[in-house]
Design a protein around this ligand. Structure first.
Ligand SMILES: [Cu+2]
Length: 296
């Protein structure tokens, strides 16, 4: 009898906690409300199964409790019951998986005319590249990556000359414009994640992965790495600022293009100074240093 009461309390406590819990998603800032909907649907289905199974256990604990002279009844098979259980389980699994397939299809089907944005992950920092005025990102090659060309942009590609490079600073993107996010990693698996956008995707060395989204409200949002990527994983943070068009244009006009960065590098080489755009950290201590040095 005590076990039945405990089981019922577990059900009541769990359901109450779910509804009054202070831990819930951050208010959404992108078009991906569908992703929230699929998770809510999963909560309903798994919640229903959880409540049903635990209450059934409580019922059994009372109904079939020990009584003097009672004998258990052995029933190795019950085809009818198995059909029901198999059928209901199938329905539950299909109910949880099907909406995800439709949402995934939208997630990787980029609308025509979407902006481009490249995110480069490395242990343990983010940098960003925008296409510049021509709207096209220049081609890249990992073999071209160096201190003066951290993205490995092909210097002979005219599309890459006006690419805007953002390193050690926050990313800005314009409000209400769909953007295709191209993801690269220079070393290990990372994962670009902004909780308010709901969207995230692994970054794989040697591949360009992508997703798209449309920011639907202005604000400053944290960028997290969502793939354990080494001892500095937890400090692999940055921020993305969603701007109204005028503020975005003002920010963009102050950024450095690939061509300008090459000129700056050549000038400082001429002056005999060694230009190190980024310290390459080998452990967490150096990363902390690099971060504080770049005022982040
Ligand atoms: Cu990472």
């Amino acid at each position: 009898m005590v076990i039945a009461i405990v089981l019922v309390l577990v059900v009541v406590g769990t359901v109450v906690f779910h509804f009054v819990s202070p831990w819930w998603w951050t208010p959404i800032a992108s078009n991906w409300g569908y992703i929230d909907d699929t998770i809510v649907l999963t909560f309903w289905i798994t919640g229903f199964v959880f409540v049903t199974v635990v209450l059934f256990m409580a019922y059994c604990a009372v109904r079939f409790r020990h009584r003097e002279g009672n004998r258990s009844f052995y029933e190795p098979e019950n085809a009818k019951l198995e059909w029901w259980l198999t059928g209901l389980t199938t329905l539950g699994v299909v109910g949880m998986l099907t909406p995800g397939l439709f949402v995934w299809n939208q997630y990787v089907t980029v609308p025509d005319g979407a902006d481009r944005l490249e995110v480069m992950g490395k242990q343990w920092d983010w940098s960003f590249r925008l296409p510049g005025k021509d709207g096209k990102l220049g081609t890249t090659n990992v073999r071209l990556i160096s201190d003066t060309n951290p993205f490995g942009i092909n210097p002979k590609d005219p599309n890459g000359q006006d690419d805007v490079l953002i390193e050690g600073e926050n990313l800005h993107i314009p409000l209400d414009r769909p953007v295709k996010v191209l993801l690269r990693s220079i070393d290990v698996l990372h994962d670009f994640y902004v909780p308010e956008f709901r969207a995230k995707m692994d970054m794989v060395p040697g591949m360009v992965t992508y997703f798209w989204f449309t920011p639907i409200r202005t604000g400053t949002f944290d960028i997290l790495c969502f793939e354990l990527c080494g001892v500095g994983h937890y400090i692999m943070r940055s921020q993305v600022v969603v701007d109204a068009p005028a503020a975005y244009d003002a920010w963009l006009s102050k950024q450095v293009t690939f061509k300008q960065s090459l000129v700056a590098a050549a000038n400082s080489a001429k002056a005999g100074k060694k230009l190190v755009l980024r310290a390459t950290p080998t452990d967490g201590t150096e990363t902390e240093f690099a971060r504080s040095a770049s005022h982040r």
